[in-house]
Every structure is written in structure tokens, then in C-alpha cells.
Design a protein around this ligand. Structure first.
Ligand SMILES: Cc1cc2nc3c(=O)[nH]c(=O)nc-3n(C[C@H](O)[C@H](O)[C@H](O)COP(=O)(O)OP(=O)(O)OC[C@H]3O[C@@H](n4cnc5c(N)ncnc54)[C@H](O)[C@@H]3O)c2cc1C
Length: 535
């Protein structure tokens, strides 16, 4: 029998958990979350220092990209969380909001109501920051935020000193000052010593008010005329349906939301017709404009002694900087990881998991405590790719391409970041404290041309997917500024896919903000059925 609720939230991930939790606060609202993954999590999710161990498990969709022309045809592994909490169960807990100019640019480019002044109250609403390093921080919100310095590792302290030695300013909080080196603020509940993503902050406290179906893969949105009235989903090998009296909110992330829309007949008409999918709305932007921050795993440094065991999450410090003077936002982010399993063996495991699904060497066995990594990530990429259906089978992964280095400038700026990272390793601070030597790219890679080749071989995904159901008013816009899907009724998208341009920072905090706003938009249009009957 078809169940009927007021709201169906597709995807219990980062934004979906926020939307569901907030909607469940509405008196009389019946909310159902459909989540493809499971409800179970592991200790590695909860312990902030062990996020690496979540990668490649059943809590990771572990996508593999299409061959990337800009990378000589190489495919790129792309992590994304699966299960209640979604990618919020696996993210590094770095709390960066996005820069004021990022949101002002959204507003200028056809998204009035999304300037920094407009979104700031929603950041403050989510934030429960302990310290006072950011004058605009919220302190009462559900996400507990601490300064990574409070649990800091001495290797991270050396990174800060090395950057200062090279002339970069030290700042106290990346959400107050965009350029410089700093300890990150991180989403950790220090009283419990646990990750404080959306699962702990929003979903678990609201679970008794929310209906949840796990192992429920949404396969199709159901329409009566132009109105979305429910969702078809696959559970235990059986197709089921749920009816939404008010709205369906798709929160399946920047890879799966455009896939579900396309399977449901919302997308570029010609492409849908070619697959035999009846067209509900001709929106060519669905799956277009897909982008990611490219990330290099390395340079890799080797220390003459082991780093102490981590007490917090292992990506505690970073340098945000501009590739050219005068940029309003930083386009380069270089973080340090002092405990990570990356290296050839890690990638051999990635390939084994993605290609064969076989058991892996546990990633914790791949860690060498003398290895440190810098992670240069280009946070203002110009390349754009796509998410396209591989066919009409809803269980098949879509064809995903961020088109890394499709724009030459992205490669050039990434090479510049790697040069800066090498300078950091070569600092007297790292020599003095840790006797650090660079093992990759290593001394044989000297010229910028050689470095470009090394970067092209070693760049991957920062797992910061965005843009594939963009908000706006241009011909590629999929949702309007209240996140309603254009051309239909009763349907919104709310997750990282709606960002017209990804923020120049790690995007989890912005995705939570999008969830907060979406819930408010939906709530404003909600009249419970009982009240409607008495009107
Ligand atoms: C390893 C890693 C580290 C990161 N570190 C950071 C960081 O430190 N700081 C930061 O700011 N950002 C970080 N990010 C990025 C950030 O976490 C993501 O941008 C953000 O969480 C995306 O949220 P979302 O709501 O768009 O999608 P998700 O959180 O991925 O939610 C989508 C949900 O939908 C479910 N789903 C998908 N398809 C279906 C379907 N058809 N039916 C039902 N359910 C479905 C999925 O299982 C998932 O639960 C990181 C990402 C990764 C992968």
C-alpha cells in the first residue's frame, strides 16, 4: 500500500538531514526520509581522527569518474557518503563558510536573496562555536565547533610556523579572515570527543519525529500533470511508492540528484528522448555545470621521527592564498595532513574496491606515522563537467566528469600551489622540528614543466561536488531562488548541487546553510491538511 506523508526528503545526507529535522519541527508535519544507504555507522565515523577509515567501506559510494581528457584519460576516484548522515559522516570536519564575495557573486548572477548578508543568519543558526575568534560566529547552534589548535598536533604547529617564515600572515579564524595560514575550526564535540556532523547535530535529536526508510533507493519521481506527487523507490528488491501531499525535496547530493531528476524526465529533452525517457520538463542544466575542487595528494614529506598520535581530526591547518594579487577570494587552499593512508597501496585498494568490490586491506594498516602530506586544493576552478545517465537502470552509477584541468588555468594554478607546498617543506621550521625530506615529487622533478606532468598524474578529487542542479535565472538554471525546480510544482532540490558556483572553501558548512534555507522556504508554504480542511 502506498504510504502518504506531507514531505518526502530523498537522501538523508548533509542537507537532507537538516531539511528533515527542521521540517519535523512544524506542528502536524509528516516527514519521511528515503535513504539509499543504511542507518549503521562505525567507530571510525564517530572518532574524528579516523575519517580515512570510512573511505572505501560500505559508507562510501566510491564513484569512479569518466576518463578525464585533461588528465590524459585517467579516471578519478570520488568519495561520497552513503547512509544516514551521508557525506557528513565522512567529511574532515573543516568548518569554512565560504567567503562573503562568493555569496555576493551568486546574488549578482541571478540569485537575489543569497548575498552574504542574506545567508549569514543561517550560518549563525547552525553554529555552536566555542571561541570568539570570528565576530560573526553563532554560538547557540547545533553544530559544535572548536579550534583545531585545542587538540593540535605539533606537526601542524610546524606548518603554521613554516608559512609565517615564508611571509604569509597568520590569522585566527578562516571565517573572519580569508587569506593567510591558520588552524581550522572544526565540527567536533570536544566534551564527547566525537564528530559533530549533521547526524549528531540535527538528525539524531529529531529521529522520533521523522519517518526513515533506509536501504531505499529513490528510482523515480512521480508526477500527476506537472505536479510531483511522490517517489518510487527500490527496497529489498521491490519497487514501492510513497505519496507526498505537499512536497518532495531531493537532497541526494550533486551526483545523485541530477541522476534522479533525469531518470524522472527532468533534463535536456533530446538526451532524455534518446534514452526513451518521457520528458516532464526540458531543463538542459540538469547535470551540466558539474564541478569540483581538484586536489593533489602531495607533495609527500618523510620525517625523521613519527608524528605523535592525533588527538583531533588530522587535517588541522591550512593556508588560503591567491594565485594573483587582487583576487577578492582565495583560489588556493593548501592543507596539511599528518596521519593519512595515501600512497600507491592506498590507490591500489581504491581500484580493487571500485572494480571488483572485493575486501580491502584496512586503510589503517596503510598509515606510516612518519609521512605527512600537503593537500593543495584549487578552490576556484574554472573547469566544468557533467553528470549524465549511463542508461535507464536506476541502480547504475551515472557517468560523472568534473573535467579536471579542462581549463588550462586550473592546471597552472595547481602547479603554483605545489610549488608553495614544496617551499613549506623546505622551510627551516620543518627541517629543524622534523628533519623533513620531500619524497614526492622528489628531487628529480625540478622544472615547472616536470611539475605540471607530476601534478597531472597525481591530481584527484577534493570530493567537493557542486553545481549540477544550479540555482539561478539563466537557461542552465534548474531551481529558482526558493529552490523550486523550474517548470514543475511540488518539487525542490536542496543540496550542494544547487550552488551556481562552488564556494572558495570547503563546502559542508554551505551545504548545511542550504538545508536550513530550504526548510524555511518549504515551511513558509506549508499548511497542514487538518488546517486546510477547516479553511
Ligand atoms: C572524504 C570527504 C571529506 C570532506 N571533507 C570536508 C570538510 O572537511 N569540510 C567541508 O566543508 N566539506 C568537506 N567535504 C565535502 C562535503 O562533505 C560535501 O560537499 C557535503 O557533505 C555534500 O552534502 P550533500 O547534502 O550535497 O550530499 P550528501 O551528504 O552526500 O547526501 C546525499 C545523500 O543522499 C543519499 N542518496 C543518494 N542517492 C539516493 C537515492 N537515489 N535515493 C535515496 N538516497 C540517495 C546518499 O546516500 C547520501 O546519504 C568532504 C567530502 C568528502 C567525501
Amino acid at each position: 500500500m502506498t504510504q502518504t506523508v506531507d514531505f518526502v526528503v530523498v537522501g538523508g545526507g548533509t542537507a537532507g538531514s537538516v531539511v528533515a529535522a527542521r521540517l519535523s519541527e512544524l506542528p502536524g508535519a509528516r516527514v519521511l526520509v528515503l535513504e539509499a544507504g543504511d542507518t549503521k555507522i562505525t567507530d571510525a565515523v564517530v572518532d574524528p581522527s579516523r575519517w580515512n577509515e570510512v573511505l572505501l567501506t560500505e559508507l562510501d559510494w566510491a564513484y569512479m569518474s569518466e576518463p578525464q581528457p585533461g588528465l590524459g584519460g585517467r579516471q578519478v576516484y570520488s568519495a561520497a557518503g552513503r547512509g544516514l548522515g551521508g557525506t557528513s559522516n565522512v567529511y574532515h570536519m573543516i568548518h569554512t563558510r565560504g567567503r562573503p564575495a562568493d555569496f555576493d557573486a551568486w546574488a549578482y548572477d541571478g540569485c537575489p536573496g543569497w548575498s552574504f548578508a542574506d545567508v549569514l543568519p543561517y550560518f549563525r543558526r547552525m553554529e555552536g562555536q566555542r571561541d570568539a575568534t570570528n565576530p560573526t560566529a553563532g554560538h547557540e547552534g547545533p553544530i559544535k565547533i572548536v579550534n583545531a589548535r585545542d587538540m593540535g598536533n605539533p606537526v601542524s604547529q610546524t606548518f603554521v610556523e613554516a608559512c609565517v617564515e615564508l611571509g604569509y600572515p597568520q590569522v585566527e579564524d578562516f571565517n573572519a579572515d580569508s587569506f593567510g595560514v591558520s588552524w581550522h575550526h572544526v565540527d567536533i564535540d570536544v566534551d564527547k570527543g566525537t564528530r559533530c556532523g549533521v547526524r549528531a547535530a540535527y538528525l539524531e535529536p529529531a529521529l522520533e519525529r521523522i519517518g526513515v526508510e533506509v536501504g531505499a533507493l529513490a528510482t523515480r519521481l512521480l508526477f500527476e500533470g506537472e505536479r510531483c506527487v511522490g517517489v518510487e523507490y527500490l527496497k529489498d528488491g521491490e519497487l514501492r511508492t510513497v505519496r507526498a501531499e505537499h512536497e518532495v525535496i531531493v537532497c541526494a547530493g550533486a551526483i545523485q540528484s541530477p541522476k534522479l531528476l533525469q531518470l524522472s524526465g527532468i533534463g535536456k529533452a533530446g538526451s532524455l528522448a534518446a534514452l526513451g525517457i518521457p520528458v516532464v520538463a526540458d531543463l538542459p542544466g540538469v547535470g551540466a555545470n558539474f564541478h569540483d575542487h581538484p586536489l593533489v595528494i602531495g607533495p609527500i614529506g618523510y620525517m625523521d621521527k613519527a608524528a605523535p598520535d592525533p588527538r583531533g581530526q588530522v587535517t588541522e591547518v591550512g593556508l588560503f592564498w591567491g594565485s594573483e594579487p587582487g583576487l577578492p577570494v582565495p583560489d588556493m587552499e593548501i592543507c596539511l595532513v599528518h596521519r593519512a593512508p595515501f600512497g600507491d597501496q592506498f590507490f591500489a585498494n581504491v581500484i580493487k574496491r571500485v572494480e571488483t568490490g572485493q575486501p580491502l586491506t584496512p586503510v589503517r594498516e596503510l598509515v606510516d606515522p612518519k609521512i605527512v602530506l600537503t593537500l593543495p586544493g584549487l578552490v576556484r576552478p574554472l573547469s566544468r563537467g557533467s553528470v549524465r545517465l549511463a542508461g535507464t537502470d536506476p541502480t547504475a552509477y551515472p557517468r560523472v566528469s568534473a573535467n579536471y584541468f579542462g581549463e588550462r588555468s586550473d592546471l597552472e594554478r595547481t602547479v603554483t600551489m605545489v610549488e608553495i607546498a614544496r617551499d613549506i617543506y623546505a622551510s627551516s621550521a620543518f627541517r629543524r622540528d622534523w628533519g623533513l625530506t620531500e619524497v614526492a615529487p622528489g628531487p628529480d622533478v625540478r622544472t615547472r614543466e616536470q611539475l605540471s606532468a607530476w601534478v597531472t598524474e597525481n591530481v584527484g578529487s577534493y570530493y567537493h561536488f557542486a553545481g549540477s542542479c544550479k540555482m539561478g535565472s539563466d537557461s542552465l538554471a534548474v531551481v529558482d531562488t526558493r529552490l523550486r525546480v523550474r517548470g514543475v510544482e511540488g518539487l525542490r532540490v536542496a543540496d550542494a548541487s544547487i550552488m551556481p558556483t562552488i564556494v572558495s572553501a570547503n563546502p559542508h558548512t554551505t551545504t548545511v546553510m542550504i538545508g536550513e534555507r530550504a526548510a524555511e522556504f518549504v515551511a513558509a508554504d506549508f499548511v497542514p491538511a487538518r488546517q486546510e480542511a477547516t479553511r
